[in-house]
Design a protein around this ligand. Structure first.
Ligand code: NAP
Length: 254
């Protein structure tokens, strides 16, 4: 039990499996109120247990006001590693409101010597002419605009249908992982893929294992850095430990 946490709340900034697992652990804590927050990008999101709010807060000042109104004792930023704007807003709001903030980030994939690592999807798009003709894109719907001007053929996998701007020549596969290595290999073969472009999201890596097995070139977008000076953990148990150590100190002494 998180002793001393009565009358305190924890905001989990979500959109990841880690956020859902953390919320599931926190709702089981007596006297603790957890609110999970989702951006609202996915039409039918996988919902965590407990209270869920959906949609942007309206910027860092509005988030700071929300934290104050809800008597929030701590924020866990468990957003996707590439949700850099939300992470920056969490830092600004928590600094302004003196609310303890933890970043929960799953580890990135260990870089492989054969990968081409880029800092942006624009850079990935510019490299494609030298790499191949048929490209498997698993960058999420928001990443497609970078490839709108490309003359390559793209296989695009996303949870919801993409909206313009999108590549001129593409086939869309709607799906939500995790996927198996065998299925990923079959997919690469069926579409004669010669390049995979993805983000260093971490987590299940079946597509990367499949790409290596099929001799497919791999382009990986590097993660944005975690904001300076923020506590960071890489697992749900470590986030729970941080909450025990940090948030209990914020609880009113009764
Ligand atoms: P982003 O660019 O960092 O954030 C853009 C804006 O969306 C934020 O300023 C905020 O609006 C709102 N927002 C983002 N996450 C939110 C959350 N958890 N709760 C409430 N508002 C949120 O984010 P993004 O890259 O578009 O990602 C959106 C969501 O999808 C994130 O929650 C992330 O965990 C999830 N996701 C992202 C990716 C990816 O590749 N980027 C992949 C899988 C899942 P306000 O300024 O109005 O508060």
């Amino acid at each position: 039990m998180l002793v001393g946490m009565r009358r305190t709340g924890v905001l989990v900034l979500g959109g990841t499996g880690e956020a859902r697992r953390l919320a599931a652990a926190l709702v089981a804590e007596p006297g603790l109120h957890v609110v999970s927050s989702l951006a609202g990008r996915v039409r039918e999101p996988l919902l965590p247990p407990g209270e869920v709010r959906i949609g942007g807060f309206g910027g860092p000042q509005a988030l700071a006001a929300w934290l104050r109104e809800r008597g929030t004792a701590a924020v866990v930023d468990a957003t996707h590693p590439f949700a850099a704007r939300m992470s920056a807003h969490a830092v600004a709001a928590c600094t302004a409101g003196r609310v303890p903030l933890l970043v929960l980030r799953r580890p990135g994939w260990p870089p492989q010597p054969e990968w081409i690592v880029v800092d942006s999807l624009d850079e990935a798009a510019a490299l494609l002419p030298g790499l191949g003709e048929r490209v498997f894109l698993t960058t999420g719907r928001g990443g497609l605009a970078a490839f709108a001007g490309s003359d390559r053929w793209f296989l695009v996998r996303s949870i919801d249908p993409p909206e313009p701007p999108v590549p001129r020549r593409m086939h869309v596969l709607l799906g939500r992982g995790p996927f198996t290595v065998d299925d990923e290999r079959a997919l690469l073969r069926a579409h004669a893929i010669d390049v995979l472009v993805t983000k260093d999201s971490g987590g299940p890596d079946a597509k990367l294992v499949a790409a290596r097995a099929e001799g497919v070139r791999v382009v990986v977008q590097r993660r944005p850095p975690v904001p300076d000076g923020v506590a960071v953990v890489d697992s749900v148990p470590r986030a729970l430990t941080w909450l025990r150590d940090t948030v209990a100190q914020c609880a009113p002494s009764t």
